[in-house]
Design a protein. Structure first.
Lengths: 81, 333
């Protein structure tokens, strides 16, 4: 499974409880109430374990984590792709 | 009602799936994690030691501001920060008009015994009442937030977080401490540098949730827009040390009782300071079908800092109807 689908699957299973209607790549997790501020850290925990990376404090910003597209771009940078 | 055979999450918890042994997906994910919790907790203790070494004594006034409710966990956190790290602490109590009189006495006693400065922030009763009534009646928060706390608690804690952060920015305090229990929030949030952009987005969501015709003037409880630029270099670290220090509820109570802390008899089984909590729990259970503390307590059972039977008793006992009645009448609901 590619990065985008792994992130989407995690979000749908853990925050949308299996219902992914309306979740497109650019949907803001925080603005749309899909994930709250604590949930963002659960997402961070998932991507650290799943992709064997360390997310630094200064990287905990919406620009990196607030949509599927932002997370994919962030991970691609971190993984050097 | 079916509950997980390993933790205590019920079949009514959103997204839960049981396997053929009756074990939930939350337990299975924790069991399959490659992270050793003991190693992870030791890492966080080292990280806090290093952080404190770097900031202690560098700020103009206080090393840390702490959200202090007078409950057992925040009292124990206060003791830890004062005695283990000898920090200069400013404690802030948010007077939500439902703080138990015993909790007020505990606040006075422990801030004196531990020699820490203390301030109270009280919003006017009409505003508090309007906010809690709105939180009780309407769906103002997204479902993910309500997995961990009731709507009323989320509103109250959201304001507490805003106020301590605002004060930290204004007074250039490098650490903001909370007494979250080990199951209350993910360990990744136990030491975390706050930043302007994530804070701004969270504040906007909270403000939107709490705003209404009845609550017109709430801006003063939030971070002013210009602070994000003016104080961009002052954003503090949030810390909640109980996530990674040894935690045993009986021992926690024994240690703070030695400082003069007394256990309130007028609160529910999940709070040692708030007289609104039983009503908040009851509203949540009626609306969502699960107890708002169940995820926190299930996490503690899974981490073995609380026995499963004790967890079941805390979650599956009837709410204290006297306390529910008291809050309902006060809120005129």
């Amino acid at each position: 499974m590619d990065i985008k689908n792994r992130i989407r699957t995690f979000i749908v299973e853990n925050f949308l409880f299996g219902k992914d209607a309306g979740l497109d790549e650019e949907t803001s997790f925080l603005d749309e109430g899909i994930i709250d501020s604590t949930g963002i850290l659960e997402l961070v925990n998932f991507i650290e374990e799943e992709f064997h990376i360390k997310v630094e404090d200064e990287e905990l910003v919406p620009e990196n984590l607030d949509s599927i597209a932002n997370v994919v771009k962030f991970l691609e940078r971190k993984l050097g792709r | 009602m079916k509950i997980c055979n390993q933790c205590i999450l019920p079949e009514t918890f959103p997204g839960i799936k049981f396997d053929d042994r009756g074990i939930c997906n939350h337990c299975r994910r924790a069991d399959s994690s490659s992270t050793d919790p003991a190693v992870q907790k030791a890492g966080y203790r080292n990280k806090l030691d290093t952080l404190i070494t770097g900031v202690k004594g560098t700020a103009p006034s206080y090393d840390v501001i702490m959200a202090y409710s007078g409950g057992k966990d925040s009292s124990y956190t206060l003791k830890l920060l004062r005695e283990r790290y000898d920090l200069k602490i400013l404690t802030l109590t948010f007077d939500n008009h439902f703080v138990s009189p015993v909790a007020w006495q505990n606040i006075r006693t422990l801030t004196d015994t531990l020699k820490t400065d203390h301030i109270t922030f009280k919003l006017p009763w009409p505003s508090a009442k309007a906010i809690f009534c709105k939180a009780a009646r309407e769906d103002i928060f997204p479902v993910p937030a309500l997995l961990r706390a009731s709507s009323i608690c989320t509103a109250c804690i959201g304001m507490v977080k805003s106020l301590v952060l605002k004060t930290a920015l204004e007074m250039s305090i490098p650490l903001v401490a909370f007494g979250w229990s080990p199951g209350q929030a993910p360990i990744q949030s136990a030491i975390m540098k706050t930043n302007p952009s994530l804070t701004a987005q969270n504040q906007a969501s909270l403000k939107k949730a709490l705003s209404s015709d009845a609550i017109t003037e709430i801006n003063q409880y939030f971070i002013p827009e210009n602070y994000y630029a003016i104080y961009k270099d002052r954003f503090p670290h949030n810390i909640h040390p109980l996530a990674f220090f040894d935690y045993d509820e009986g021992e926690v109570i024994r240690q703070i009782q030695a400082l003069g802390w007394k256990e309130p008899k007028d609160t529910d089984t999940n709070s040692s300071n708030c007289l609104l909590n039983a009503f908040a729990n009851q509203c949540h259970i009626k609306k969502h079908g699960f107890h708002p503390y169940v995820l926190e307590i299930a996490n503690m059972v899974r981490q073995r800092v609380m026995g499963r039977d004790e967890g079941i008793e805390k979650i599956y006992s009837e709410q204290n109807q006297e306390m529910v009645k008291y809050a309902k009448e006060k809120l005129e609901l």
